[in-house]
Design a protein. Structure first.
Length: 333
């Protein structure tokens, strides 16, 4: 296991932190303690297509619900961190033009929330924030340089260097899901060819499974049984269920996914040489049985002679990564 200088422990301070995870359909918020434990949560529907003030009201409703749980205000709110879809500017806290939140265009989210609650507010994307939460409190605790990826509907990433989120020159760094592994590959939704997201995200795994069975008429598979005999109904979860039941086709689909991810992670290792690689998201649990195989294959996809010393571990935070990530943003001085 790679050794590294332990992270400086975040000193306990009076008051509590609130982490907020804003999505296209919901706002999830939670009170998070100084060791990353989520104490209470609230959820409210997001008004994504309305006016900017309606979207802001959805965020404040989730925060207000948490504050109300504190009873008579025995504790003091210390700070708020918000995970919001990008593009955004983490330095100014302005949400620029996220496709799934049309209500906000160049909206100063951090400033508006700070004005209401009179506390420091930080805004960042979910990949960056989750990477920070894992570094401070989760699977990356004890490491300075962390690469985090969340594999789900898409592939998001976050980079923490020397204990700080790496944002790059304009705040747009760490779009690792849109690193191409084949310039002749299929076009990603971002417009680039052959992004790892178009090969190894959850929907992409299901799409490859459907394509395989369509190319082999009459073939038997547990995936097809789970889908009621309709190839078009096969989902990523069904691929995982079929693999767990010993289905050969499902295993081959996941083996192919492992090969693609290993090639991509080899590029990440050669670029960053991180202390640890952390994989989270809805697909991570399905792929966890293959982590050892990824580690074994990594030397063939990396020029780093010590790449197999880098731990590859599952993330600690699951569906609450956005809440923990938001709180992590506001926990630092």
């Amino acid at each position: 296991m790679t050794t590294s200088t332990p992270m400086t422990k975040v000193a306990a301070r009076a008051g509590f932190l609130i982490g907020v995870d804003v999505g296209g359909t919901k706002v999830a918020a939670g009170v998070v303690d100084d060791v990353g434990g989520i104490q209470t949560q609230s959820r409210k529907p997001m008004v994504a297509s309305g006016v900017a003030s309606a979207g802001l009201a959805a965020v404040t409703a989730a925060i207000d619900a948490l504050i109300a749980m504190d009873g008579n205000g025995k504790n003091t709110l210390r700070g708020i961190g918000i995970c919001a879809p990008g593009p955004l500017d983490p330095a100014s806290g302005v949400v620029i033009n996220p496709p799934n939140l049309p209500c906000w265009r160049n909206f100063p989210l951090a400033a508006e929330v700070a004005k209401i609650y009179n506390v420091p507010v930080r805004v960042d994307n979910d990949g960056n924030a989750a990477a920070l939460a894992e570094t401070l409190w989760g699977a990356g605790r004890g490491y300075k340089n962390v690469f985090y990826t969340c594999i789900g509907t898409g592939i998001g990433t976050g980079i923490v260097l020397d204990g700080r989120i790496y944002h790059g020159r304009t705040g747009a760094a760490a779009e690792g899901g849109h690193c191409s592994i084949d310039y002749r590959g299929p076009r990603c939704a971002c417009g680039k060819p052959g992004c790892i997201e178009v090969y190894a995200s959850g929907p992409s795994i299901a799409r490859r499974a459907r394509a395989r069975l369509s190319a082999e008429p009459g073939s038997k598979s547990a995936m097809l049984d789970l889908a009621g005999g309709t190839i078009e109904a096969i989902t990523t979860a069904m691929v995982g269920q079929a693999y767990a039941a010993g289905d050969i086709a499902a295993r081959e689909i996941l083996e192919e996914t492992v090969g693609l991810l290993t090639l991509w992670l080899g590029n990440i290792v050669d670029l960053l040489d991180p202390d640890v690689l952390i994989i989270g998201g809805g697909v991570a649990a399905m792929l966890e049985p293959f982590f050892g195989e990824i580690r074994d294959r990594l030397p063939s996809c990396s020029v780093n002679p010590r790449c197999n010393e880098i731990p590859l571990v599952p993330a600690c935070y699951g569906e609450d990564a956005g809440i923990a990530g938001g709180a992590a943003l506001s926990s630092l001085p």
